[in-house]
Design a protein around this ligand. Structure first.
Ligand SMILES: Cc1ncc(COP(=O)(O)O)c(C=O)c1O
Length: 344
């Protein structure tokens, strides 16, 4: 008896959840990270996913990075790459966090660093002083940086070094799947503890890999009838993440080997003009960090966390979120270098 379309979507989404949860990874973080409950004046009970406690990266706070790299490094290792080349900007957590993880796999790293936000040469050298041997400093254009990355990939190919070149984040389907595991983890934690599932998750978005992973997980959880969690991306860059997401989602579904496309869930993108300059922030965002630390004892930075936190609060003022299932703030991690960008 042939199954109906909805039965096939349901069965395939259950298979997708299992594939994502069991996807091969290189262990980097300590999981699951806690879900902290705080009382927020406008949001009521607010869940905070403490990926800043994943114990990976500088200060042990690079949780979302760990999730993405767990998937990506397994891909690197499976394909026996000898070198990873990655395009990044002056403001990067990934550049610093990926090197020890790749060194453990005996893989070389090459960082191509775009001068954004623009800094003087000595400031750049200071920021990257601990990883100087892996860094090539580029000018301020991201387009020229992408061309340089393609040229470096070609050079490596001609010299016989097995290399992979990736755009920031890293923007790779294996990293999307690594991030998707985070939302599946939340559902498992809530089911195990009896905690109500979040109805809405706020997360900052730069290149969009993490958000793509969450949207993928949200779509399969919804199609399987397991959970109805809406993802709300808060961009911290000027680019439109919506334009790039379909490609990331398509490539992740292909990599998983799904037999049919999952229906795309209804996700949101909260573009707040103050937030859209990457690595730049104003006094207001610094004040948000101080207030969140004083009130909730959470340490966030003005480059990522304060942008998604303040957008969440502003959204809460216009929508009635204090009823029904709780909202979740995803604490992705912390950028130790943020003060270097104060006057950019
Ligand atoms: C602190 C923090 N928040 C959010 C993100 C999400 O970035 P992306 O959209 O590139 O996945 C990152 C980068 O991984 C980060 O370091």
């Amino acid at each position: 008896m042939p199954h109906s379309y909805s039965e096939r979507v349901h069965n395939e989404s259950l298979r997708a959840i299992s594939l994502i949860a069991n996807w091969p990874v290189v262990n980097l973080g300590v999981w699951p990270t806690p879900i902290q409950i705080v009382q927020h004046s406008r949001l009521g009970q607010l869940l905070v996913k403490r990926d800043d406690l994943a114990r990976f990266g500088r200060g042990g706070t690079s949780g979302v990075k760990a999730r993405k790299l767990e998937g990506f490094l397994a891909h690197v290792s499976r394909n026996r790459y000898q070198q990873v080349m990655i395009l990044l900007a002056n403001m990067t957590n990934l550049g610093h966090d990926i090197i020890p993880a790749l060194t453990n796999l005996s893989v070389r790293t090459r960082l191509l660093i775009v001068n954004d936000p623009v800094l003087g040469q000595s400031q750049r050298e200071h920021l990257f002083r601990n990883v100087a041997a892996t860094v090539e400093f580029l000018g301020p254009s991201h387009a020229a940086g992408t061309i340089r990355l393609a040229a470096a990939a070609l050079q490596a190919k001609m010299s016989g070094v097995r290399s992979i070149a990736v755009l920031p984040s890293p923007a790779h389907p294996s990293a999307v799947i690594g991030a998707a595991r985070g939302l599946i983890e939340v559902v498992q934690q809530c089911q195990a503890s009896g905690q109500a599932l979040p109805c809405l998750v706020f997360i900052s978005s730069a290149a969009g890999t993490t958000v793509a992973g969450f949207i993928l997980a949200s779509s399969v959880l919804r199609a399987a009838g397991v959970a109805n969690i809406r993802v709300m991306a808060v961009p911290v860059v000027p680019y439109r993440v919506e334009n790039w997401l379909p490609l990331l989602l398509y490539s992740a579904q292909r990599t998983l080997g799904l037999r049919m496309r999952m229906p795309l869930p209804d996700y949101g993108v909260l573009r707040v003009p103050r937030n859209l300059s990457y690595g730049r922030f104003d006094n207001y965002l610094e004040a948000v960090c101080a207030r969140v630390q004083d009130t909730y004892n959470l340490v966030i930075d003005p480059i990522y966390g304060a942008k998604s936190w303040s957008a969440m609060e502003e959204y809460a003022s216009s929508a009635n979120l204090a009823h029904g299932n709780p909202v979740m703030f995803w604490h992705c991690g912390y950028s130790p270098d943020w003060e270097a960008f104060r006057n950019c």
